[in-house]
Design a protein around this ligand. Sequence first.
Ligand code: SAH
Length: 362
Amino acid sequence: MTPVEAEIRRRIEADGPVPVATLMQLANAHYYATRDPFGKAGDFITAPEISQVFGELIGLWCAAVWSVMGRPNPIMLVELGPGRGTLMADALRALKIAPAFRAALHVHLVETSPLLRAAQERTLKDSGVPVTWHHNISQLPKGPALFIANEFFDALPVHHYVRRDKGWHERVVGIGPDGALAFGLSPHRVPDRIVPASHEHAAPDSISETSPDSLRIAAALGERIAGQGGAALIVDYGYDKPGSGETLQALRGHAFVDALQEPGESDLTAHVDFVSLADAARLGGAAAYGPVPQRDFLLGLGILERSAMLMRQATLEQALEIESGTARLTDDKPTGMGTLFKVLALSQRNLPPPPGFTPKNT
Ligand code: SAH
C-alpha cells in the first residue's frame, strides 16, 4: 500500500470519507516531493521540456511588459511551480539581450517539493541572477512583480459536487464493498453557494468541479498586481467556457491510470477553469486577457521567426529538434498542445494589452 493510501485510510477511519480534493492534495504533495516526473522516463512532458523556445519567448514577454510598466527597479520575476527550472533558465538566457531588465530582476520561485527545489537550484546556479524560494505566494516580499505559471494550476486540488434532487452533495473517497478505495457521495447537502453560479441549473447527476485553492491564488495575484504593479502569465490545459463535468485524471508513464490506484505514484490533474480564474483575478482588481489558445499566443510572439533564427545557427540534429518542438507546441489538432493549452494574462489596469493579447481578449 502506498503511504498516501495509508494516510487516506487513516483519515477515513477517523472522520469518514474524504473529499476528492483531499485525495488530490495528499497524492500530489507526495508525488512531487519524491520524484522528477518530467520527460520520456517520467510520467509526462511539459512545454519547457519540449522546446527551449517556450521559455525564451516568455522571458521576452516579461521584458516587454516591464518596459511598458516604466521599467521599475527592482522587479520580481516569480514562477509558480517551476519544475526543473528549465523555463526560467531559458527565459534568463534569452534576456541577455535585455541587460537593463536582467540587472533589475530578482527571481522568486514558489515551490513546495524539496526535490524539485534542488533541481531548480542546479539548473539556475550559473544564471547570474539572485534566486529565492518560497512555499506559497503569501511569503513573497512586497513590490512590483511579473508572475509565470506553466502547468501549475492543473495540479491544485479540486472538489466535485454532484447534483441530486434537492441540492448538491460532495463526491468523496471512501472504502468500497471490496475493501479498496472507492468514490462515493456524501449524504449531506452542501450549501448551494459552494457551487459556481454557472452550474446552478445543471441537469440531475451532473458534476460540478471547482478549485477553491486556484481561485484564492488567482484573487491574490489580481489584488497584488492591482495594488503593487505587475502582470501574470498563466499557461495550462483547460477550458475557456463555464461548464459542468469533472476532468480529474491520473497520468503515469505517459498513460492514463485509475486515480485511486496507488495514489501518490501518479500525477493527478484537473482541467483549469480559465473563466473562473479570470473572474477571481478581476475581483482582486487586475485586468484579465484571454484565455487564448497557446498556438495563437506563441505565433503572436513570433515563435516561427525565433525558431528559424535558432535553426540557422544549429547543427542538423538541433535544427530538427527545434522544428519538431515548435510544431508540437503549436499543434492545432483538437488534441494538440496548441489547442488544448491556453494562455491567460493578468495585468495592472493602466497598461495596454500585453504582447500576444488584444483588447478583444479582455
Ligand atoms: N512548470 C513546470 C512544472 C509543472 S509540474 C513545467 O512546466 O515543466 C507542477 C509544478 O508545481 C511542480 O514543480 C510541483 O512541485 C509544483 N507544485 C505543485 N503543487 C504546488 C503547490 N501547492 N505549491 C507550490 N508548488 C506546487
